[in-house]
Design a protein around this ligand. Structure first.
Ligand code: C2E
Ligand code: MG
Ligand code: MG
Ligand code: MG
Length: 272
């Protein structure tokens, strides 16, 4: 009986894997047409200066609305796009939208966009990014890129050179989901980093969870010590906001301040 049960479990597991694999193949195929079919858009989540309530910046996040699959979340298609190198086209689409939005809203200090390993490894990444800025007449100092620490650790020479070059033009460079990777911190000294995003998984536990409090304190402290700007992710409650402010981490994004929304919403932001 145990054996039969084991076998049927395996069958269920195989079936689930099969469904998952088929779905990935379908997503890869559909994603190929997503740009041409106008199914992609970029939404912006405000980054707020909690001292003034001013929206000083925003993060660009990709959205895909498929006619049959509906809203496909980035977590379901970004890694597939990376495997197939489609991420390079998607990244250019995002960069163009970001630059158009920066041109449209001069009061925004900067907009950050997420960049994956593949994009950074593409030899004309810098050229394409500067081209987007130029086409829209935007100062490179108003653009920033976010990379996860794993991307930064794995980055080889040519990718690091591109990062240095971008930074040389004034583009900001940030570490996304800071603290969740398995990185030694020495890379922060080596790389042209200007800000770190304190991951939502830690922010969500403050101020009640002792471990999360210690981690957030340590991460923000480290950022200050290295003269990097800390930005808190996923702030959802007033208590979290107050705790971050007490640590001198005034920049934050999260549902408490605003959900990712079409660029139009940035017009309504309060100005100092
Ligand atoms: P991320 O860069 O860490 O982005 C933050 C994610 O947290 C976003 O999810 C955002 O909608 C969500 N979020 C923001 N505030 C809150 C909050 O208060 N509570 C909760 N529960 N969630 C919050 P989203 O848009 O689904 O994106 C997921 C991930 O997909 C991103 O994580 C990023 O790694 C990736 N991604 C999104 N757009 C792009 C893109 O254009 N290029 C690349 N390479 N990756 C992207
Ligand atoms: Mg990000
Ligand atoms: Mg993040
Ligand atoms: Mg995150």
């Amino acid at each position: 009986r145990a054996k039969a049960l084991g076998r049927s479990r395996t069958a269920v597991f195989d079936e689930a894997l099969r469904t998952e694999a088929l779905e990935r193949i379908r997503i890869a195929a559909e994603l190929r047409h997503a740009i041409d079919r106008d199914e992609l858009s970029v939404v912006y989540q405000p980054i707020v200066d909690m001292r003034t309530g001013e929206v000083s910046a925003a993060e660009a996040l990709l959205r895909w609305e498929h006619p049959e699959l509906g809203q496909v979340p980035p977590n379901r298609f970004i890694d597939i796009a990376e495997e197939s190198n489609l991420i390079v086209q998607l990244g250019r689409f995002v960069a163009d939208d970001v630059c158009a939005t920066l041109a449209r809203f001069p009061h925004l200090r900067y907009i950050t966009m997420n960049v994956s390993a593949r994009q950074l490894a593409t030899s004309d990444f810098v050229e394409a990014t500067l081209d987007a800025l130029q086409r829209h007449g935007v100062d490179p100092g108003r653009l920033a890129v976010e990379l996860t620490e794993n991307v930064l650790i794995d980055a080889v020479g040519s990718s690091l050179r591109q990062l240095d070059e971008l930074r040389g033009h004034g583009v900001g460079v940030g570490v996304d989901d800071f603290g969740t990777g398995f990185a030694s911190l020495t890379y922060l000294k080596r790389l042209p980093v200007t800000f770190v995003k304190v991951d939502r998984s830690f922010v969500s536990g403050v101020p009640t969870n002792d471990d999360d409090r210690s981690i957030v304190e340590a991460v923000v402290g480290l950022a200050h010590a290295l003269k990097l700007q800390p930005i808190a992710e996923g702030v959802e409650t007033d208590d979290q906001a107050a705790f971050l402010q007490s640590l001198d981490c005034p920049l934050a994004q999260g549902y408490l301040f605003g959900r990712p929304a079409p660029a139009e919403a940035l017009a309504e932001v309060s100005r100092p």
